[in-house]
Design a protein around this ligand. Structure first.
Ligand SMILES: Cc1cc2nc3c(=O)[nH]c(=O)nc-3n(C[C@H](O)[C@H](O)[C@H](O)COP(=O)(O)OP(=O)(O)OC[C@H]3O[C@@H](n4cnc5c(N)ncnc54)[C@H](O)[C@@H]3O)c2cc1C
Length: 290
């Protein structure tokens, strides 16, 4: 969350959420869609001040916060313990941010996330009989400049090559794979291109110049500009199966929230922060009542 743009959002239309994330669990999606506005109200009751009162995208609604201030506010009473000990007594809420590091390593993708989310929560729950949702190889990601470009955390947002809708897309060996349609969030392009590809455009833009300055390979090709890119994993979309109280299926005494949970955005893209906020509150309420 600290590294994010901190827009906590949902789709405006329920049907659009379903259509854009067709593989997701309908009940979990409904929970997040229905509870997000109240959950944002809860954040504001703690003193969180939004920097935007709505998103800039007509398809979505939500709030944007300053990630550092929001993290400081929410983490003020949190003590962290890592790695997870073997003998934790229930109730236990897992919120370790999925397994982007492991997925990126296994598939040769770039990483656009914190370097610690290896999947400790997932492993801990699996060892206790937990079930997972389909889509364990799916991720929300961005297309980023490929090495030798140097991408540090502060480059995660400005270096995202978010002009894929205007680009022709080629594999490493110059086979064209430009899709006929690209979604507004371009997450589908990140899934398509995998570890390495070329974006070819007629004219340069701010993001290409930022990539060039970071050391990316940008070359001329048939009077066009070709940028060497790769998909970077921001968070995983697969994960633990939970019910609408955020209880992990198959593992008594365990709850999960955020992107440790799978099956919310399967087949598409939705707000990981909304998933963290709503499921975190659902888990807290369920634990308090258990
Ligand atoms: C550049 C960028 C921009 C983004 N922009 C947005 C956006 O605008 N809107 C949006 O909705 N989402 C955005 N995201 C995604 C969003 O940040 C995540 O989906 C969200 O933070 C997931 O919340 P979480 O609580 O599940 O995990 P995280 O916020 O990743 O928190 C998990 C924490 O657990 C820690 N951890 C891991 N293993 C252990 C362990 N064994 N013990 C203790 N701690 C552990 C990790 O270090 C991390 O601090 C963005 C992400 C990035 C990187």
């Amino acid at each position: 969350m600290l590294l994010s743009s901190c827009v906590i959002w949902r789709h405006v239309e329920w049907e659009r959420f379903r259509a854009e994330c067709p593989g997701g669990d309908e009940e979990l999606q409904r929970l997040i869609w229905e509870r997000l506005d109240d959950s944002l109200g809860w954040l504001e009751s703690l003193g969180a001040e939004p920097v935007w009162r709505d998103t800039e995208n007509p398809l979505t609604t939500g709030r944007r916060y300053d990630p550092r201030s929001l993290t400081r506010l929410l983490a003020r009473d949190v003590e962290l313990e890592t790695p997870l000990p073997d003998d934790v007594e229930p109730p236990l809420l897992l919120a370790t941010g999925g397994f982007p590091v492991r997925l990126a390593r296994e598939r040769g993708l770039l990483l656009r996330a914190n370097p610690w989310s290896e999947g400790d929560g997932l492993d801990f729950a699996l060892a206790r009989g937990a079930a997972t949702m389909p889509g364990m190889d799916e991720f929300y990601g961005r297309v980023m400049p490929a090495p030798p470009a140097r991408i540090k955390e502060e480059g995660f947002v400005p270096l995202a090559q978010l002009y894929g809708r205007e680009a022709r897309v080629f594999t490493e060996d110059w086979r064209e794979i430009t899709p006929s349609e690209v979604a507004w969030h371009e997450n589908d392009l990140a899934q398509l291109i995998g570890p390495r590809a070329w974006y070819v455009v007629e004219e340069t833009n701010e993001r290409i110049e930022a990539a060039r300055a970071a050391g990316a390979t940008v070359v001329g090709r048939d009077e066009n500009i070709a940028v060497h890119v790769g998909a970077a994993v921001t968070h995983t979309i697969g994960g633990l199966q939970v019910d609408t109280d955020a209880r992990v299926a198959g593992a008594d005494g365990l709850w999960a929230a955020g992107v440790d949970v799978g099956g919310v955005a399967t087949g598409g893209y939705a707000s990981g922060l909304a998933q963290a906020l709503v499921l975190g509150l659902a888990a807290a309420q369920s634990i308090a009542e258990s």
